[in-house]
Design a protein around this ligand. Structure first.
Ligand code: PEP
Ligand code: MG
Length: 746
């Protein structure tokens, strides 16, 4: 970088800082900025366009274009050269603007007289905020040094826009992060709650993007990078992190942290007038922009490593960070997405969750549902808009989140919470009543569990035991493989809490979206259909054996129920059962008491098992239908992909027919059968499952009340007639027919 430009750029920032300090009014600040840039860069025009809404840019200040055009001229994202700069997030630099691709003539600005155009995106951490433009009459391309200076200024503009420095009367732009915003997402877990935003990845606020003293800033930057490097060295030398994959990640991080070019670019930015934080963010913004455009998986991974490193560096520099200890009083977690392990780390303290992505079928959703934490998914843009501590209302009934709500919305929402509480009280009143329909059909309603924290629900919900204990959740909450003794103690606590009621322990179901940090992740194109669950258990039986031993010991001579996940063919069940037999043998030889009654079941989660030979149904002690997986494979629709998941209703006649066949086969062979997918906990679905012949359903504890309440009010044979009529009429789903019929039952 030539010395002259460094000084020019710093001088320019120095002037900007002075001008901004003498002004407190948003529009005035913007006007001064464009004036100073035009003067310093000797261009006839300098303009700033900022986003008015998600896809409209507005001319907010100009030096050189007609002043009347300010706040009048607007363009859509991608429209004209300004819109193109914003959409591509890349510099557009041309000597012949009127003939450049995408040029749009805007008579109100008088800009056709200008030949050269240079647009620089104003962006912050991948978030496009606007465009900074310089234009001149002379036909020339702007030099790399000039563009660099503009990028530095754009970075400062981005930080100031984020801080709300350009809002105020006349500016016609409202401050960011202050207005009420409603996000319409999708329903993932019902319920309603009010609380404060707790960001999974908090935004670091940079209050001073321009440095006072480059030497001081350079030292701060270098010190922070040193701290970062030492931290990574410690991580690498820590004996606890022995997993070779994890080591590889840390090594890659260390390589980046030691990269001269990364540091050199940031140092140059600081020498050119940015503060250390702003320099880190400038680099990070560039990565993010590239990341969003790169189709190469390897490059994306490397760039996301760099993104993470930049975050660490920013936290070191600002002292701001995400820590569960910083949770506000009624924390509502807001995140782009979250894995089940991370969610388990935050624990049950959360009052609500709002995700930008997420899916109804994911295990993070299942954890939230198990804890009855209202969850809204697909709330696009919320992680950019929300700030830590903002008031937020989560309406899980409608799949809506109200951020910074006004008083009217808040009032109506509190009425809703009161109404839901009253409904809950109604369910509590039938807790000890049987789940018996009007025509005398009795169902067994059990609960799904996986954590010690779930155990109190056994008592509170009225569940008749645990129909599915997801043992992998215990593995997900740790950062190393649990030991046999620990597991055995834990399973024994579960059995004690169940007070003699049945608990169906499912052996480890990892793979797909359940990834253990301490196990080498598999690079598979289709993890949901890949090496997961019992496939891992049979190929690498060490953990399975340890788990089976722990279960036998936990039973301590009492009854024990164990089921294997994801059995796709008879042979897999036989092999898994053989492991169980061996474990029993081993325990017998060691002199440990054996279970008084051992039941070994299989989860039916792939259509293939529904067609298994009779011998399978005769041999297996019980079958539990894992509807979440079964449905995704039946319709070939990823349970985590909202777009395809929603196309196929569980109450589709083809799926119901298939479930009915499974029930028939089990009945014909005398095999007990139950259903433990999420659908069992949805009242209408549960009703239809009962009508199709299921007599045992396992669901999240909070669903037991609503499901029982509905079952007790209906005549099951009438439900079946309604379903049969709907199927005969060729309906794509029996939902409408059942729902219409239900209206007259209450
Ligand atoms: C299922 O697939 O329905 C099931 C209960 O298992 P999981 O959701 O844990 O995959
Ligand atoms: Mg499953």
């Amino acid at each position: 970088m030539p010395e002259r430009i460094e000084t020019e750029s710093r001088k320019l920032l120095g002037r900007l800082r002075k001008a901004l300090a003498t002004s407190s009014e948003g529009q005035d600040r913007l006007d001064k900025v464009v004036n100073i840039i035009a003067l310093s860069m000797q261009t006839e025009v300098c303009s700033i366009y900022l986003f008015r809404d998600e896809d409209t840019l507005e001319l907010c200040a100009t030096e050189g274009l007609k002043p009347e055009a300010v706040h009048q001229t607007r363009m859509k994202l991608g429209e004209g050269l300004v819109g193109r700069t914003a959409r591509t997030r890349r510099v557009v630099n041309t000597a012949d603007a009127p003939n450049a691709k995408g040029f749009r003539y805007m008579p109100e600005t008088g800009e056709e007289r200008y030949s050269s155009f240079c647009g620089v995106p104003v962006q912050r951490l991948g978030d496009a905020l606007g465009v900074l433009v310089v234009q001149s009459k002379a036909a020339r391309e702007f030099s790399p040094d000039e563009i660099y200076a503009l990028e530095i200024v754009a970075m400062v503009l981005a930080e100031m826009t984020e801080l709300g420095a350009f809002v105020g009367e006349g500016a016609a732009l409202s401050a960011r992060h202050t207005q009420p915003v409603m996000f319409k997402g999708s329903i993932a877990q019902e319920g309603a709650s009010e609380g404060q935003v707790f960001l999974h990845e908090p935004r670091v606020v940079v209050t001073n993007p321009i440095s006072d003293d480059p030497d001081v800033e350079l030292q701060r930057l270098r010190d922070a990078v040193d701290t970062l490097r030492v931290g990574l060295d410690d991580l690498l030398s820590d004996n606890k992190n022995t997993d070779s994959e994890q080591k590889k990640v840390f090594e890659a991080y260390r390589m980046f942290a030691n990269s001269r070019s990364w540091l050199a670019r940031m140092e140059a930015d600081v020498e050119n007038g940015l503060s250390a934080e702003a320099a880190v963010e400038k680099e990070q913004s560039l990565f993010r922009a590239r990341l969003s455009q790169s189709g190469d998986a390897y490059m994306r991974e490397r760039m996301s490593d760099l993104d993470d490193l930049s975050n660490r560096l920013l936290r070191i520099l600002t002292g701001q960070g995400s820590d569960a200890a910083d949770m506000p009083e009624n924390p509502i977690l807001v995140a782009r997405n979250i894995g089940p392990g991370e969610l388990l780390e935050y624990g049950k303290a959360l009052k609500g969750i709002v995700l930008e992505d997420g899916s109804v079928g994911s295990h993070a959703t299942i954890v939230a549902r198990a804890w009855a934490i209202p969850l809204v998914i697909n709330a696009k843009g919320i992680s950019r808009e929300a700030l830590n501590g903002d008031t937020i209302l989560v309406d899980g009934e409608q799949g809506i989140a109200h951020l910074r709500p006004d008083e009217t919305v808040q009032g109506a929402f509190r009425d809703k919470i009161a109404m839901l509480t009253r409904a809950q009280e109604r369910y509590t009143s039938i807790r000890d009543q049987p789940a018996q329909t009007k025509d005398g059909v009795k169902l067994s309603l059990q609960m799904n569990a996986g954590l010690i924290a779930d155990l109190p629900s056994l008592e509170g919900s009225g569940a008749e035991g645990v129909g599915l204990f997801r043992t992998e959740l215990q593995f997900l909450v740790r950062n190393q493989m649990p030991r046999r003794a620990e597991l055995s103690a834990l399973y024994s606590r579960v059995l004690t809490a169940a007070k003699g009621q049945r608990v169906a322990f499912r052996t480890l179901d990892i793979g797909s979206d359940k990834v253990l940090s301490y196990m080498k992740p598999n690079d598979e194109p289709n993890p949901a259909m890949g090496w997961r669950a019992i496939r891992v258990g049979l190929d690498k039986p060490g953990v399975l054996r340890m788990q089976l031993q722990a279960l036998i010991r936990a039973a301590n001579g009492g009854p024990l129920s164990v089921m294997f996940p994801f059995i796709a063919q008879y042979d897999e069940f036989r092999a898994a059962k053989a492991e169980m037999d061996k474990a029993m043998d081993r325990e017998r030889k060691l002199g440990h008491p054996l279970p008084s009654d051992l039941k070994v079941g299989a989860m039916l989660e792939t259509p293939s098992l529904g067609f298994a030979p009779d011998a399978f149904f005769k041999e297996v002690d019980f079958v539990s239908v894992g509807g979440n997986d079964l449905k995704q494979f039946f319709f070939a629709a990823d349970r985590e992909n909202e777009r395809v998941r929603k196309r196929y209703d569980t109450l589709n006649p083809a799926f119901l027919q298939f479930l009915c066949n499974i029930v028939d086969r089990c009945n014909a062979n005398g095999t007990p059968i139950s259903f433990c997918g999420e659908d069992a906990g949805r009242p209408v679905e549960a009703l239809v499952l009962a009508a199709m012949g299921f007599r045992s359903l396992s669901m999240r504890p909070a669903s037991i009340g609503p499901v029982k309440h509905l079952l007790r009010r209906v005549d099951l044979s009438e439900v079946r007639s309604v379903i049969d009529a709907s199927i005969a009429a060729g309906d794509q789903s029996v939902r409408r027919a059942v729902a219409d019929w239900l209206v007259y039952q209450v």
